[in-house]
Ligand binder design. Structure first.
Ligand code: NI
Length: 136
């Protein structure tokens, strides 16, 4: 089995909070990510797909097509946006990196299959030291 990864980047704002908590309790539970006036992250998204190499092209997947797909389904909707308020696939959820990785997986799984590969991992780096990986 062969794996190939495409990286895309986006910048987005969010706030982690529960409306029933006070600002103080939100700060205790969610730290700086609960800042009442929002804040942003420079996210990195790594989409890994798996499959077999097409002997005709030598490719597992057309990376240009994969990049276009990620841009259309994810980046255009989230880049320079507020994840809590503006991103359709994150509505009604805590805007955590964990939930974001699951939501992105759900957006990409089927269209990746249509490109002839299988989604293997969605990895999101929220900061230099924190990242999440979701394998479905
Ligand atoms: Ni944050």
């Amino acid at each position: 089995m062969m794996y190939i990864t495409r990286r895309e980047r986006f910048n987005a704002a969010h706030r982690l909070f529960r409306p029933e908590y006070s600002d103080t309790k939100n700060m205790e539970v969610f730290g700086k990510c609960s800042n009442p006036n929002w804040h942003g992250h420079n996210y990195e998204l790594f989409v890994t797909v798996k499959g077999t190499v097409d002997p005709e092209t030598g490719f597992l997947i057309n990376l240009k097509a994969l990049s276009k797909l990620i841009r259309e389904k994810i980046i255009q909707k989230i880049d320079h946006k507020n994840i809590n308020l503006e991103v359709d696939f994150m509505q009604g959820q805590m805007a955590s990196t964990e939930n974001l990785s699951v939501a992105i997986w759900n957006e990409l799984e089927k269209p990746v299959r249509h490109l002839g590969a299988k989604l293997h991992c969605v990895k999101i780096c929220e900061s230099e030291n924190n990242f999440v990986e979701y394998f479905g």
